[in-house]
Design a protein around this ligand. Structure first.
Ligand SMILES: *Cc1c(COP(=O)(O)O)cnc(C)c1O
Length: 421
């Protein structure tokens, strides 16, 4: 049996209808922007392997640092013990975040970072003898697949089988200059019951790269602050340069109370989640009363290897060279947008920094289940490019190591595919 057949015999893949899915492509090697399959064919990873890879695959600097750590200290319980990689990572990360972010809580992935954030907010109220159990979130939000994260995500086919078991959330539209006053009214009417507002800042990734503008979200954040509603800014996708700035937070003057990170945190090399919070949140858990403790933790909390990978990745990210590459990608994307604008098969072109998205015009409308996605996916694979349309939404989220020529190669392929279908 070849690798695909052996895989099919034993593995159950994520977000995959296993009855109709074709064979998974065995990848045997990753290098920079490329992935290589078992037949030696190479693919440009234009989606950063589900939005995680920042500096390219198998980056030698990150590999070296992780190897050194692996032979020094690979894991240690993080209750009662600590280690330098976690201390340095927290120090370095907090320096880059809004100055009200003062404490770092480690977990394993984006979903768990969100779970921790939700627990912090709900228990923040509980510890002060208040009962606030409703959550405010955006329609079409995606915050992960564990139950809490699923609860605060927009209701969809993904959440449908669990509908009855998800907790109570007030969903509002993302802000525009037209609907802002109405959104404020909804918030004001429920303010006393709302434990927190959770949102993906600027880009709703999984919803199909939907974007809203910084001024409108800023305004909404200011209003939540006035209403004393805690804010959880989920930067699991937008963090670490994707939006053109280091964090989406850099677009706003108002500061969230809590922030969530994962995906690009380790440069996409290893799973890790981080939830940061303000002094006020942290202090609400300080007490002689043991019941006020945040009883949450994962076996691999602050794993030293993942911390080391994150430290190395952040070092690379802050390099002048990487910052220039981020600017280059943003600039080239906006140039390509102008070419797309005149393409009759394209609509709703949108860009935020290194993230470029548009809708493929179809008579069936925009939806995750639009079958054009599968067709486009295969067209691009044939051309040696990994793009993974969300239904008829096509997007690019390339690793920052991509060159100008490689971007041109992708842009040309996009025009050819659009021409052909
Ligand atoms: C991917 C994602 C998550 C979930 O992260 P996982 O590591 O897949 O659990 C949460 N929030 C946002 C905004 C995401 O894009």
């Amino acid at each position: 049996m070849n690798l695909s057949e052996r895989d099919q015999a034993v593995n159950w893949h994520p977000y995959t209808q296993m009855k109709t899915a074709g064979n998974a492509i065995p990848i045997v090697k990753g290098q920079g922007v490329y992935l290589f399959d078992d037949q030696g064919k190479k693919y440009i990873d234009a989606v950063s392997s589900w939005w995680v890879t920042l500096h390219g695959h198998s980056h030698p600097y990150i590999a070296q640092k992780v190897f050194e750590q692996l032979t020094t200290l690979e894991q240690v319980i993080f209750a009662g013990f600590t280690h330098e990689p976690a201390i340095r990572l927290s120090e370095n990360l907090l320096k880059l975040l809004p100055e009200n972010q003062q404490k770092v809580f480690y977990s394993d992935n984006g979903s768990t970072a969100v779970e921790v954030a939700l627990k912090m907010c709900i228990q923040f109220a509980y510890n002060q003898g208040k009962e606030k159990t409703k959550i405010l979130a955006f329609e079409n939000a995606y915050h992960g697949d564990t139950f809490g994260a699923m609860s605060v995500s927009g209701r969809s086919v993904w959440t449908k089988p669990f509908g009855e078991m998800l907790f109570e959330v007030i969903f509002i539209d993302t802000p525009t200059s037209e609907n802002l006053e109405n959104l404020k009214k909804i918030i004001k009417n429920n303010a006393d019951d709302i434990a927190c507002f959770i949102y993906e800042p600027l880009v709703q990734g999984a919803a199909g790269m939907l974007m809203h503008n910084p001024e409108d979200l800023s305004e909404l954040m200011k209003f939540c602050r006035e209403q004393e509603i805690l804010m959880i800014q989920d930067e699991v996708f937008t963090g670490f340069g994707r939006t053109g700035k280091l964090f989406a937070a850099d677009y706003f003057s108002e500061k969230p109370d809590i922030m969530c990170f994962s995906k690009g945190l380790t440069g996409g090399t290893m799973p890790m989640g981080i939830t940061t919070c303000s002094k006020e949140i942290f202090n609400a858990f300080l007490s002689e009363d043991k019941y006020k403790t945040l009883f949450h933790g994962h076996s691999f909390t602050a794993n030293p290897l993942a911390c080391t990978a994150a430290l190395a990745s952040m070092e690379l990210l802050l390099n002048e060279e990487t910052q220039e590459k981020i600017n280059l990608i943003s600039k080239k994307h906006s140039e390509f947008s102008r070419t797309l604008e005149i393409n009759p098969k394209v609509e709703n072109i949108r860009q935020m920094g290194t993230i470029l998205a548009w809708d493929f015009k179809t008579e069936h409308g925009t939806s995750y289940f639009n079958t054009i996605g599968k067709l486009l996916y295969e067209e691009f694979l044939n051309k040696g490019i990994i793009m993974r349309p969300l239904g008829n939404v096509m997007y690019l989220v390339p690793p920052y190591c991509i060159t100008s020529q490689e971007l041109d190669f992708i842009y040309l392929a996009i025009l050819e595919v659009l021409e052909g279908v």
